[in-house]
Design a protein around this ligand. Structure first.
Ligand code: PRT
Ligand code: MG
Length: 214
């Protein structure tokens, strides 16, 4: 497409991106929560949105299938960021990455340097680096969702997952015992597209920058 393609995931990122799009004069013509369309038009004939899985956003932008995208820093760390220019922290979809365990589990003891711990997570890179920095041997179990279940059924001692309100942990008798890093979503731009289509992309990037809330 000679215009602009923006990759977004449904749910919190889409919702929190609407005001940023509005600041750039872009209004989607469909609601991805209601429509089954994967390509959504906008009021601007030269701008389309593609609806992707949150963890796939960097991949679409890396290969130029989308010029721009919005992705959580969690997803960007796991992806590695190759081919992506990351000009803006949008300060949306904020949360933190935590280590969590069953209430009563002696994490202080289980995470002594030199000890070995079983950790279930979707965030294997973040978890591996975190435990390596503590000198703890980690057996990682890769999961794709509902990490909270793993310690409850004995699949792991701990999980590494995102926490925002803490309600999910509380509802499952788990507690956060360590904060690893804070997360927000970032604008990602295909580096080649930025060179070729700068006159189209830069005004959108600038409008987003002007609409970021502290
Ligand atoms: O759902 P799917 O498997 O397709 O992908 P996804 O879960 O990665 O996507 P989505 O849309 O749920 O999240 C997109 C991005 O939002 C993530 O990559 C994060 O950067 C950001 N974000 C912010 C969150 C949360 N807050 C969050 N709370 N993503 C997920 N959660 C989950 C968390 O994993 C846990 O299961 O919500 C639960 C905890 O929430 P609280 O409020 O109970 O603590
Ligand atoms: Mg989700």
């Amino acid at each position: 497409m000679s215009g602009i393609t923006i990759a977004l995931s449904k749910g919190r990122i889409f919702e929190e991106t609407l005001p940023l799009l509005a600041a750039a004069g872009i209004t989607p013509t469909d609601d991805p929560e209601k429509s089954r369309k994967l390509i959504i038009g906008t009021n601007r004939p030269d701008v389309q949105l593609v609806i992707v899985r949150a963890s796939d956003t960097p991949t679409y932008v890396q290969y130029g299938a989308a010029d721009l995208g919005i992705a959580g820093r969690d997803v960007l760390i796991e992806h590695g960021g190759a081919g992506l220019y990351q000009p803006l922290d949008l300060n949306i979809a904020r949360c933190r990455v935590c280590v969590a365990v069953r209430k009563g589990f002696d994490y202080a003891r289980a995470s002594q340097p030199g000890s070995r711990i079983r950790v279930a997570t979707k965030y294997t890179k973040i978890a591996r680096e975190h435990f390596a920095s503590k000198g703890v041997h980690v057996d990682l179990i890769k999961l794709y969702g509902s990490m909270e279940l793993a310690p409850l059924v004995g699949l792991s001692d701990a999980i590494v997952d995102l926490v925002s309100t803490g309600n999910t942990l509380r509802a499952n008798n788990l507690e956060a015992v360590e904060d690893i890093t804070t997360i927000s979503s970032r604008l990602v731009v295909n580096q080649a597209a930025l060179k070729v289509k700068r006159e189209l992309l830069q005004p959108v990037i600038d409008a987003f920058a002007g609409a970021v809330k502290p």
